[in-house]
Design a protein around this ligand. Structure first.
Ligand code: DQA
Length: 144
């Protein structure tokens, strides 16, 4: 299986961005961790980061051709984007939503995810480990 890993807005700044919330791990560290985990799970991952809603939507549409599942941290678009939710619903690829921080411990505006109703499940609050757990859950689903 091939899994598309999508990182949304501002995640390119991980490591520098609000380290008290998001830690010192960089996006490259997360992608490396996922590549290693993918190898041990017998799958491949392709990672893409974009600060643009439309680019994320284009990538979700294109995923139908090349990937069997999507792991997504939509960043702030989680809380605003009906369009990303509709894209996930449209392509019907099994998708897992992840967040570094526990969004339910934070400001009220982060408590609602537009994406949550159209994904298999959500993992939130474990830092980079959220991604690893999300990948494991997705691969488990795909091979089950
Ligand atoms: C985030 C949580 C979002 O609320 C925030 O806008 C982000 C990162 C996380 O991984 O914890 O950009 O998705």
């Amino acid at each position: 299986h091939s899994i598309l890993v999508l990182h949304g807005p501002n995640l390119n700044l991980l490591g520098q961005r609000e380290p008290e919330v998001y830690g010192s791990t960089t996006l490259e560290d997360i992608n490396d961790l996922l590549k290693k985990e993918a190898k041990s799970l017998g799958v491949v991952v392709a990672a893409l980061q974009s600060n643009h809603e439309g680019s994320l939507i284009d990538a979700i549409h294109a995923a139908r051709e090349k990937h069997q599942g999507i792991l997504i941290n939509a960043g702030a678009y989680t809380h605003t984007s009906v369009a990303i939710r509709d894209a996930i619903a449209a392509v019907k690829l099994p998708t897992v939503e992840v967040h570094l921080s526990n969004i339910y411990q934070r400001e009220a505006f982060r408590h609602h995810s537009y994406i949550a109703p159209v994904v298999l499940g959500q993992i939130s609050g474990f830092g980079a480990e959220s991604y690893r757990l999300g990948l494991q859950a997705l691969v488990h689903y795909l091979s089950g």
